[in-house]
Design a protein around this ligand. Structure first.
Ligand code: GLU
Length: 373
């Protein structure tokens, strides 16, 4: 999809819209009027031929109020899990009623990080999403916070939205936030400028993210939004951050063009995009300078160029790959366990067989199973 301005998103075939807790919930109560107005805009987009998938936060905020939990239910994990259980029922009802008023059927889908990290489960979730959208429903997706634990959760719905967009083969993601978009420095500082277009989220863009951009109710913040943009951009998906606080936020964004538009950098094939968007590597491989150069030219990662192995992983797990100066080079599926990697680190092919006791594989991470930065 060719996108030059926010208004072009009206022409998306499939659009994921993420709504944060701070927009949907105020003082523990749902903002029904705002939601009704938003759903009116969603219904209009759908009439214009855009298929919509919603990623909605708000379960923890709603449930915490109902249970009277401190810190919006985020004081401890067990509170958040309980709050999500209670709040998700209400959240689903809100969406189903609001969409129902326009004759649209809502479909709830709760996913965990693991559901999207594991290839088989990811394809399963993708098939369900496709079926729901083809069936004319609007899926309303959230993280299954009741069973997610600290180590294995998204924790923010921004990255979840980008992953869902990938799984659903959407062409665009709209993150409705409580800020206008990405500013080149802390927006409270004098002279801070809204960045309206980003082509590739590099280190200079990441440096602009300030933790102060989080409203405190959700857990996203700007950094999570930039991570979401990185997941989207390598899958060929456009992502935009726009201010959701307006009464009619989509119309405002499309008409004024105010927001930040992240243009896709490349379109990795579906499998590589999934691999690149995975969030939880189990280990780290450090490569020497020669190896880093070879990787940049598209080679596989060989044991001879390995200098360090961190973490505990099995063959087939996801590992991150780093260069000698700590720079991130990419990630991929490893051909050996952590113990085997340590045994053959720095060795050439001929020396590896003696260490391993069997014929070595072609690479430690094969280029077909690797995504470079
Ligand atoms: N999934 C959480 C909820 O529904 C919110 C995560 C976030 O803050 O982005 O409350």
């Amino acid at each position: 999809m060719d996108v030059a301005a926010l208004s072009d998103l009206r022409g998306a075939k499939r659009l994921v819209i993420k709504i944060g807790s701070a927009l949907l919930v105020r003082k523990g109560a749902p903002r029904r009027k705002w939601l009704r107005a938003l759903v009116e805009e969603i219904a209009a987009l759908r009439s214009g031929g855009v298929e919509i998938i919603i990623v909605s936060s708000g379960a923890i905020a709603l449930g915490a109020a109902r249970l009277g939990l401190p810190k919006g239910g985020r004081a401890r994990l067990s509170d958040a899990q309980a709050a999500a259980s209670v709040g998700q029922v209400e959240l689903a009802r809100l969406w189903s009623e609001a969409l129902g008023d326009h004759g649209i059927t809502a479909a709830q889908m709760l996913v965990t990080l693991g559901d999207l990290e594991d290839r088989r489960r990811y394809l399963n979730a993708a098939a369900t999403l496709a079926r729901l959208v083809d069936g004319g429903t609007v899926p309303v997706v959230n993280e299954n916070d009741s069973v997610a634990t600290e180590e294995i959760r998204f924790g923010d719905n921004d990255r979840l939205a980008a992953r869902v967009a990938q799984a659903a083969r959407a062409d665009a993601v709209l993150l409705l936030s409580d800020v206008d978009g990405l500013y080149d420095r802390d927006p409270r500082e004098d002279g801070a400028q809204l960045v309206s277009r980003v082509e590739g989220v590099g280190p200079e863009i990441i440096a602009m993210a300030s933790e102060t951009s989080s409203s405190g109710m959700g857990s996203g913040g700007m950094l999570a939004k930039l991570q979401a943009a990185r997941i989207a951009e390598r899958a060929g998906i456009v992502l935009a951050i726009v201010d959701g606080r307006d009464k009619r936020p989509l119309t405002r964004a499309f008409e004024t063009g105010i927001g930040t538009l992240f243009l896709p950098r490349r379109n990795d094939g579906a499998r590589k995009a999934w691999l690149g968007g995975r969030i939880a590597p189990l280990g780290l491989l450090v490569a020497d300078a020669g190896c880093a150069r070879a990787l940049a030219e598209g080679a596989s990662l060989l044991a001879a160029g390995l200098t360090e192995v961190e973490g505990d992983f099995a063959r087939g797990d996801l590992v991150a790959i780093q260069g000698p100066k700590g720079e991130r080079l990419g990630q991929g599926l490893v051909e050996y366990s952590a113990a085997e990697c340590r045994a053959i680190l720095g060795l050439r092919e001929k020396e590896q067989a003696a260490k391993l006791g069997y014929a070595p594989r072609a690479a430690v991470v094969h280029r077909d199973h690797m995504v470079r930065e």
